[in-house]
Design a protein around this ligand. Structure first.
Ligand code: GSH
Length: 106
């Protein structure tokens, strides 16, 4: 369908995107509509971000609450190159962050 095509990049740029994506993990559930919205953006941007299902894996839920302070999903765990961790909530904020960071890696 129009608009749903995954973004294509040169092998070199995709390798850089793959490397940067290793610092990201999305805490989410299968059926939450806000999570679906973020997963669609991840697919569109062609990002190999690890998905962590908090309803299937209680360890992930505990990790998110301890790190981010709230159980609300979706929540993006961002680990920078220095190992500093940020927990980002709100699907719109997450999608905006992903677009800003990856849309122009072409
Ligand atoms: N405004 C939030 C809404 C997220 C939201 O309501 N998530 C629900 C699941 S669909 C949730 O996690 N509720 C449980 C909770 O907040 O602890 C967003 O856009 O991400």
């Amino acid at each position: 369908m129009f608009g749903n095509k995954a973004k294509e990049r040169s092998a070199e740029h995709q390798a850089e995107v793959d490397r940067l994506s290793q610092g990201l993990a999305l805490y989410q559930t299968q059926s939450c509509p806000f999570c679906i919205k973020v997963r669609r953006e991840i697919d569109r941007l062609n990002l190999p971000i690890e998905l962590r299902d908090v309803s299937r894996n209680p360890h992930y839920r505990k990790e998110q609450i301890e790190g981010g302070g709230r159980a609300t999903v979706p929540c993006l765990k961002i680990t920078d190159d220095q190992g500093k961790v940020t927990w980002m909530y709100e699907s719109e904020d997450i999608n905006r962050y992903l677009r800003r960071r990856f849309e122009n890696v072409s």
